[in-house]
Design a binder for this molecule. Sequence first.
Ligand code: ADP
Ligand code: MG
Length: 386
Amino acid sequence: MIDRLVEAFPRAEWVVTAPGRVNLLGEHVDYNDGLVLPTAIDRYVLIAFSARDDGLVHIRSLDLNQSACFPINALVAKQDGDGKDLPHWALYPAGVAWSLKKEGFNPAGMDAMIHSNVPIGAGLSSSAAVELAFAAAWQKMGDWKIDRMRLAQCCQRAENAYVGVQCGLMDQFACAHGVARHALFFDTRSLSWQPIPIPPGTSIVIADSTIERSLAASAYNQRREECQLALKYVQEIVPDVRSLRDLSVKDIMTLKGKMPKTIYHRMRHVVEEIERVRQGCQRLFSDDVAGFGRLMNAGHVSLRDLFAVSIPELDTLVEIGQNMPGCFGARMTGAGFGGCTVNLVETRAAKAFAQQLRAEYRKRTDVDASVYICKASRGVHVEPIQ
Ligand code: ADP
Ligand code: MG
């Protein structure tokens, strides 16, 4: 990939590598102050860049075969220098520059070229990878001291307030903090985190259902509102609860019948899913991959039946995966209504698993899934181009 970038942009001085991510456990809990367990993967957004001294940012995406340009000192209008609206994809880097400025930094003009093998819109967070890649590029050019968490928060604000997509901090966190061979246990309330070793001999196999996530944005917002509503019901009974995160599995038994059934189900998913993340970390620490896999399987049932964000194609992929040799656990991952499943598979069985999963899914749905065998990888970093 880097060769293609250098060929297309020989003057570039630096290259940023920003990974996509997959969430192993802890779905739909980051906006409830919960605990999550994502990992950065070895699929990357690369950007090659060099500084410009005229305050313009020229970006070309090799993947989209499009270019965009914006002045670094007039970001609020979301327009290029000629007063034309920026294409949607350019809002991500422009938003990062806008957000960095809000933090008091002074990002410079640059030429940048993007090339990526993170599938776009599949739920593996190509958006966060693009954001972190640009944030890291501006940091390098300005030689700023800024820690990775703050960089991730800047990028989240870009996506929330500039692009206009509601998302929690998990994606940007994972892209910024990835550690090779480790999952990342992240407390979205305290922002504390810890890398957890993924037992050797285990592969992460991601299957993209390739179903368009058409309902995803509206359903995501609706689920956020339902969780807020559940919290309101809870606060009428226990006023000092600040978020669903504060409830235990035992607490929620006593709340049954105190709110509409659907709202109760949403809450139950969140509380039990957070508990699954706690237990999942213990399982990984004690090398109990099979136990971890069972938690993934239970997580899928909960996302399907209680949180209602799965679709038949994801259920099919999960069911096929769970019943294949070498598979410890499988579940849908990401917001749902399309996107991917994540499977934890014995490394020696991973290749055959990937092939059979594809073949069986095709047989049952007539749809071709893209299947990626992934490794847990390092977070965003910048290197000179030789
Ligand atoms: P996901 O993050 O799950 O891949 P999103 O819809 O959140 O999906 O983000 C995808 C958007 O990110 C794209 O529509 C595009 O605007 C931007 N993006 C991702 N990859 C690239 C790329 N290689 N070049 C330009 N823009 C990209
Ligand atoms: Mg995204």
